[in-house]
Design a protein around this ligand. Structure first.
Ligand code: ACO
Length: 331
């Protein structure tokens, strides 16, 4: 089975609840219908004014039966959600009055539904920027206990089966943190290891990459990766990892033997950690275009509950797939 079919089968078996904050966005409304029809979610909630959503549904020929609609301004939970938002943000100067206004923003409302267990997962970004989706998630859902950093990964699939887990690897972070600190890099590695378990069904073997292998070059960017590896060692995170490694030293056993003899990841790497967003974003696109791999993502990781961002160019199918992947991560 391929990655998308596997994630859909998993989502279907889990029967989780999805909130789609962009409830008046036509592709999102169409996706909601498919998600219910294919039973990928047990419930789907669209956020927005009822009449606006009905108008879009009518234009798109979508039957809204079995799809929930919540209008934050008029919802019975407004005071409860506003108060919780105030509690979460008062250390940043949030007032009760402002919280009541801010929480009606659909991204924040959707994140609050997930935070308060009124939904299991949220998907947005068909009309909002990545930054706005991330900020709503960070302010309300927050990160997994023990991690301070939210980041992202791609599943790179259909490579030669000798690479990674039968031709599939996790690449991280390729979409969120432009210039991670050593602490953030260590968090990215931990989150990516978890993504490897959930998406590839494999025990993670993680390489923290650099343009240097085991001190072959000296530079602040190398020191950063070395420090991240040291932090991970201190945490004993429960997966095999090594660094700093050049990409060939990470992937090709004969090169590992020359540059990093005795490395515990030799010949087994299935999770690649890039030292910054530039190398991660360029790296996944090179492998996708030149290596003819399939790239699925970006999927957000490190959040306490599952949320996903969409490309604003996402198709209806993309939204359905991202929703299935996100729902498959719900607990
Ligand atoms: N993990 C955890 N917390 C974070 C993170 C993170 N990655 N980034 C910021 N925060 C926290 C901040 O500490 C802050 O906390 P506070 O409000 O409690 O003080 C809060 O989140 C908001 O921080 P801001 O300063 O408003 O946000 P910032 O300017 O740092 O931007 C953001 C963070 C939105 C994640 C930014 O890094 C971003 O836009 N990244 C996306 C990059 C991008 O455009 N990617 C898309 C192209 S790549 C592709 O799609 C394939």
């Amino acid at each position: 089975m391929d990655f998308v079919s596997e994630m859909k089968a998993k989502a279907k078996s889990m029967r989780k609840r999805l909130v789609l904050p962009e409830g008046t966005e036509p592709r999102t409304v169409k996706a909601a219908q498919i998600l219910i029809k294919e039973q990928l979610a047990v419930s789907v909630t669209l956020l927005g004014k009822v009449t606006d959503i009905q108008k879009v549904a009518e234009n798109e020929g979508v039957d809204l039966n079995n799809i929930n609609i919540v209008s934050p301004h008029a919802d019975a939970n407004l005071n409860k959600y506003a108060h919780e938002y105030y509690e979460l943000r008062k250390h940043k100067g949030m007032t009760e009055e402002q919280a009541k206004i801010d929480i009606t923003d659909p991204l924040r409302w959707g994140a609050m539904m997930v935070h308060l267990d009124a939904a299991d997962a949220m998907v947005a970004g068909a009309e909002n920027t990545t930054g706005d989706v991330l900020r709503a998630g960070l302010a309300i859902i927050g990160t997994v206990p023990g991690l301070k950093t939210a980041s992202s990964c791609f599943v790179m699939a259909n490579l030669d089966p000798r690479w990674g887990a039968d031709g599939a690897l996790i690449f991280s972070d390729c979409a969120v943190i432009p210039d991670p600190t050593a602490e953030q890099l260590a968090d990215i590695a931990e989150s990516a290891a978890q993504s490897c378990r959930e998406f590839l069904g494999a025990e993670p073997v993680v390489a923290l990459m650099s343009f240097s292998t085991k001190g072959s070059a000296k530079h602040d960017d190398v020191t950063k990766v070395q420090t991240a590896v040291g932090l991970l060692k201190g945490k004993n995170p429960g997966f095999v990892f090594d660094g700093e490694l050049q990409a060939d030293a990470a992937l090709v056993p004969s090169v590992t033997d020359k540059k990093a003899p005795g490395s515990p990841v030799r010949g087994k790497v299935n999770t690649l950690i890039f030292p910054d967003l530039g190398s991660g974003n360029i790296g996944y696109k090179l492998v996708q275009r030149l290596g003819k791999a399939e790239a699925f993502g970006p999927f957000l990781q490190g959040f306490a509950k599952p949320i996903s961002d969409l490309s604003r160019g996402a198709s209806v199918d993309d939204i359905v797939t991202t929703a299935a992947v996100t729902l498959s991560r719900a607990k």
